[in-house]
Design a protein around this ligand. Structure first.
Ligand SMILES: Nc1ncnc2c1ncn2[C@@H]1O[C@H](COP(=O)(O)OP(=O)(O)OP(=O)(O)O)[C@@H](O)[C@H]1O
Ligand SMILES: [Mg+2]
Length: 342
């Protein structure tokens, strides 16, 4: 399935490729990006762009190629082919220039554990060749912003996981780069720190920073991203705003929770409705309800005839979780494989 909602920008760019206005607006441009590791294709020709001062969220199941994309865009990994530009500089040829424009927070913390928090910030500031004065000012600001002042003179190896994550994010902001790559920025943060991080991203974006982030957290994509791209099997399978993606999976949904794992597997086969979203852990099934009471009665009758106990029934508007589960078919595949094995 390739559900491309927003093709307008691409065609505008092609039609006006000489127009500086349009080119200036596009900060990240990726065309036909391909990457394989040995004979495994990880990125199979992906094309997208990110406008200046906006947030793009890359969503996809584990192994979809999100980190690979971020690594290629941030010059850490070479693509096999494709045209990738940051502010119209080719990431493959203009490595130095591109590096001066970007900040990166990787999926796993990249800090010197033996240095203090403050020293980590200062070291990266020096690598960016910031002045002594600028380093001092920025270090103080970032330590405050990320609530790390009291721990700033302690070695990072004594920090908790969340503190390391916050410092990692602070480090990527030391040079105030116009383009920021955040690979799962809030994984491992507590709810409070996650909200602080979101505020910081919003603040940076309002000042013109362009952000590309990957996330497994649908609330994060929903509340931060101007545009969402869903990656699966090395291809873009859907793109659009959060609202556009939700419309893809229909309007109102009926959610049924059944009692017992055995009941759950049987219920999936019995319900067999279009766009079924399956949450195995919570034993919840949800699907579009457009046949009113008659459809509801039919579904409940089918379950009742098979002695399946329904714990809860509710209606809800589609969430990004539904979109993700339906489009990637991840849970469904997982479940089918498991039931095939047993
Ligand atoms: N250096 C490498 N050598 C071989 N295979 C690799 C390498 N790096 C990544 N891969 C493979 O490429 C695929 C995509 O990996 P990637 O890390 O980009 O996924 P991801 O979407 O970031 O997943 P996650 O959500 O788990 O972080 C995976 O199948 C992974 O095993
Ligand atoms: Mg990853």
């Amino acid at each position: 399935m390739n559900t491309k909602i927003d093709d307008k920008k691409n065609s505008t760019l092609e039609n006006n490729s000489t127009s500086n206005d349009v080119l200036n607006e596009i900060t990240i441009s990726v065309k036909e990006l391909r990457k394989s590791f040995k004979d495994v294709t990880v990125l199979d020709g992906i094309t997208f762009d990110v406008k200046k001062g906006t947030v793009l969220a890359l969503l996809g199941p584990n192994g979809a190629g999100k980190t690979t994309t971020v690594h290629i865009l941030s010059t850490l990994l070479l693509p096999d082919s494709g045209d990738i530009r940051i502010n119209n500089h080719e990431v493959v040829k203009d490595v130095e220039k591109v590096r001066s424009l970007i900040g990166l927070t990787g999926q796993y913390a990249a800090l010197d554990e033996y240095l203090t928090g403050k020293e980590n910030l200062q070291m990266i500031g020096r690598l960016y060749r910031l002045s002594h004065k600028a380093i001092k000012k920025r270090t103080t600001e970032l330590l405050e912003l990320f609530d790390l002042v009291s721990a700033s003179n302690r070695a990072v190896k004594t920090y908790s996981g969340g503190m390391k994550r916050r410092l990692d994010l602070a480090v990527s902001l030391i040079a105030s780069p116009p383009v920021l790559f955040l690979d799962e920025p809030t994984t491992g943060l507590d709810p409070h720190s996650r909200l602080i991080m979101w505020d910081i991203v919003r603040q940076l974006v309002s000042q013109g920073t362009t952000v590309l982030l990957t996330t497994q957290d649908m609330d994060e994509a929903d509340s931060l991203a101007d545009k969402i791209i869903v990656l699966n099997g090395g291809k873009i399978i859907a793109e659009g705003t959060s609202e556009e993606l939700k419309q893809l999976v229909g309007s109102e949904r009926l959610e049924i929770t059944v009692a017992g794992d055995d009941n759950f597997t049987r219920a999936i086969n019995l319900i067999n409705e279009e766009n079924l979203s399956i949450d195995k852990q919570a034993r919840k099934l949800s699907f579009v309800i457009n046949g009113g009471v008659r459809q509801l009665k039919q579904v409940l009758d089918r379950l009742d005839e098979d002695n399946i106990i329904v714990e809860n029934i509710s209606f809800h508007n589609p969430t990004l979780d539904d979109v993700f589960l339906i489009l990637t078919g991840h849970m469904t595949q997982q479940l089918n494989t498991e039931s095939e094995i047993s």
